[in-house]
Design a protein around this ligand. Structure first.
Ligand code: CO
Length: 136
C-alpha cells in the first residue's frame, strides 16, 4: 500500500533556531519559512535528497501541534508521512482492518496541496502516520 517516505515532521519551539542548526551544523539544504494559517503551522522544508524533513512551528491560537509541544517542550518527532497512490482505497482497507483514521475519516488537503489523512498513533506503535496521495 505505502510507497516512499515523503517526510518526517519535527515540531519545534523556534523555527529560526532549528532551521539554522540544520543549515549550519548539518549542512542541509533548508528552504524558506512558509506560513500555513489554515494548518496552524509555519513550516520549513529540508530536502535530504531521498525524503524531506519538515520543521513545524505553531502558528495561531489553535495550532494542532501546540499540545504536542506542551507535552514535549524540547520539540520532537511529530509524524512520518508515506506516499500512497490512492488515498480513498488506503482508507477503506485500513478501516476495514480496524485501524482508525483521525478526524471524520475523510482525506483533507494537506500542507503540500495534496489529499492526506492521519492514522491513530495507538494503532501504529505510538507513531502518528500521515498518508499523502501522490500520483505518478
Ligand atoms: Co506532514
Amino acid at each position: 500500500m505505502i510507497g516512499r517516505l515523503n517526510h518526517i515532521a519535527i515540531a519545534v519551539q523556534d523555527l529560526a533556531a532549528a532551521s539554522a542548526k540544520y543549515r549550519d551544523l548539518l549542512g542541509a539544504r533548508v528552504g524558506q519559512p512558509q506560513a500555513l494559517p489554515e494548518h496552524g503551522v509555519t513550516v520549513v522544508f529540508i530536502d535530504t535528497g531521498n525524503a524531506k524533513v519538515e520543521l513545524l512551528e505553531p502558528l495561531g491560537d489553535s495550532s494542532p501541534i501546540a499540545a504536542f509541544l506542551a507535552k514535549n517542550p524540547l520539540g520532537g518527532m511529530h509524524h512520518i508521512c508515506f506516499e500512497v497512490p490512492d488515498i480513498l482505497a488506503a482508507a477503506a482497507t485500513l478501516t476495514a482492518s480496524g485501524a482508525r483514521v483521525l478526524g471524520d475519516g475523510k482525506p483533507k488537503i494537506g500542507a503540500h496541496g495534496l489529499p492526506v489523512l492521519f492514522l491513530h498513533p495507538k494503532d501504529f506503535d505510538g507513531t502518528l502516520i500521515e498518508l499523502e496521495q501522490v500520483s505518478g
